[in-house]
Design a protein around this ligand. Structure first.
Ligand SMILES: O=C(CO)[C@@H](O)[C@H](O)CF
Length: 536
């Protein structure tokens, strides 16, 4: 790393599943420093794989909380050894993997408040956690607790309307309920429960940081409209929970100044502000600088949609969170499991394993594919819960196969029509100013992006999101510095490098897909009704 010239900056942290990462961003929003501590590689003593421990029964998944603490020590020591000028840090914020939880033992707040600058954090916090292996988002061991919670509030849809999601095994309320039921002594010795994000903020604050509303929306506990804990949900999960969680705060809140521990040990300025940490996905939305009406499409192993919503319509699929940068708005996540692995399978079967042949097929077939529609789910799809391949002719007759080129277009048009239909089902609306931000492996294929632009009737931009959660956290730190001045987040980040335009809608695209989309939705419902029992 080149010699660092002192420059005023903000730090953005990401306590993710596999590593802790930091970026330093200067006032012109240039990233000039980054570092990371990779759990499997740099913290071998914890014996994780992919940053986690999958327990024997295959459902419980945890990460050692002291591994996260140790990773922070490593990065800060490396930054110090590299000559990083901490005195220039105006503010910091960060992100954490969503839904994970940390259980602070009674008395830990006193230890946090009186950290000795002569020792690393992990040597001082060893006895501060009542649960040493924190449940993380990959855990799926709380199905019983999910059913109990939904029953307590009047069903899955009622819980979704209240908290933004139906009950999900990884969501924190259900995890807390499991700990209370299976380890009541540890629960009773817990004075504070943090999310991974607010745990990380607490390390910098030297006191317990509040949970922000955006990451708090991933707990099945927060009333997303009123932005307060749901007493019914709290009571259904565990006793005395509100006092252990503290009150939620708006995501743009400055939660305090950095602990003197960092001033004395590393040279941070005493006035360095700590802005509430949030979840990795909300932080990524900030990093991608999503604005009202925009949609981010991450085309990876699974495809994930980030939506900006004004009037959410909570459903039994997807997740609606409080928006991290627009306090009166919302964001939504929709996950489609059959993403790039499905695209690669069809490429191998119908384009001789060649992406250029795959692209040629898209270029040589017309928008709308002659009315042929396809559904391709080789693994059980999440959105919606369908499995198998289902093809239909223009007359809505099931057909066993399509010609190669038609198959390829049917796959891509089908994947993107599903995204638009389910996004609109959550309340999303394509607006005249809508931008689609594409990222992930398939975003390098311009012909795939052309279909995306045509189906949504909106321009597609590509962005590099390698550090989006970290960079979004640094952007949010700058926004926190403007706290109380009502400067909008979009104004704070206007200097950031713009995304690159990759595709604009083909003339006539909206007529083609306005006609196809309702057909696709009806056929999807037909498949669902044929493959599921009668509705509940
Ligand atoms: O569970 C998820 C979102 O609901 C994941 O994206 C985690 O946030 C990954 F850390």
């Amino acid at each position: 790393m080149a010699e660092h010239v002192a420059r005023r900056c903000c730090l953005g942290w990401d306590f993710s599943t596999q590593q802790v990462k930091v970026v330093a961003v200067d006032a012109e929003l240039n990233v000039f420093y980054e570092d990371s501590a990779h759990f499997d590689r740099d913290l071998l003593e914890f014996g994780t794989q992919g940053g986690v421990h999958v327990h024997e029964e295959g459902l419980t998944v945890t990460s050692p909380v002291l591994m996260w603490v140790r990773a922070l020590d490593i990065i800060l020591e490396r930054m110090k050894a590299s000559g990083f000028d901490f005195s220039q840090v105006l503010a910091l914020s960060g992100a954490g993997q969503q839904h994970g939880s940390v259980y602070w033992k009674a008395g830990a707040s006193q230890v946090l408040r009186s950290l000795s600058p002569d020792l690393p954090l992990h040597k001082q916090l060893q006895a501060c956690f009542s649960i040493s292996d924190s449940p993380v988002w990959m855990d799926s061991s709380t199905t019983a607790q999910c059913r109990q919670l939904e029953a307590a509030v009047g069903g899955a849809q009622a819980l979704s309307c209240l908290t933004g999601s139906r009950a999900y095994e990884r969501f924190t309320g259900n995890q807390i309920a499991k700990i209370y039921q299976q380890n009541p002594e540890a629960y009773s010795h817990t004075e504070r429960i943090s999310l991974v994000s607010s745990f990380a903020a607490s390390l910098f604050l030297g006191s317990y940081s509040p949970i922000d509303c955006s990451d708090g929306s991933g707990m099945n506990l927060l009333q997303i409209k009123d932005k307060v804990w749901s007493r019914v949900c709290l009571a259904a999960c565990a006793p005395h929970l509100e006092e252990k969680l503290g009150s939620p705060v708006p995501s743009c809140s400055v939660v305090g100044a950095i602990s003197s521990y960092y001033v004395q040990r590393y040279g941070f300025p005493p006035g360095c502000q700590v802005v509430a940490f949030t979840g990795d996905n909300p932080a990524s939305l900030a990093g991608m600088r999503l604005e009202e009406g925009d949609i981010a499409v991450s085309l990876g192993t699974s495809d994930t949609l980030f939506l900006w919503l004004q009037e959410p319509m909570p459903a039994l699929e997807g997740h609606i969170f409080c928006n991290p940068v627009g306090s009166q708005h919302y964001m939504a996540l929709l996950c489609f499991k059959n993403g790039s692995l499905m695209r690669e399978k069809i490429r191998d079967e119908s384009a001789s394993c060649s992406w250029s042949e795959f692209s040629e097929a898209l270029r040589s077939t017309e928008m709308g594919n002659g009315g042929n529609l396809g559904f391709y789910f080789d693994v059980m799809e999440i959105t919606p819960e369908i499995i198998g391949r289902h093809r239909f002719s223009a007359e809505n007759h099931k057909v066993p196969a399509f010609p190669r080129d038609v198959e390829i277009r049917a796959l891509i048009e089908g994947q993107f029509m599903a995204k638009r239909i389910h996004a609109e089902g959550l309340g999303y609306q394509v607006m005249p100013k809508t931008k689609i931000l594409a990222t992930g492996g398939a975003s390098h294929n311009r012909d795939i992006l052309q279909v995306l632009a045509d189906v949504f009737g909106a321009p597609v931009y590509v962005i590099d999101t390698a550090n989006s959660a970290c960079v979004g956290s640094a952007y949010r730190a700058f926004h926190g510095l403007a706290a109380g001045t009502d400067v909008p987040f979009s104004e704070v980040v206007r200097l950031a490098p713009p995304p690159r335009l990759a595709a604009t809608p083909t003339p006539g695209a909206s007529q083609v897909y306005e006609a196809l989309l309702p057909r696709y939705a009806k056929l999807e419902q037909r498949i669902l009704s044929q493959t599921q029992g009668p509705p509940e």
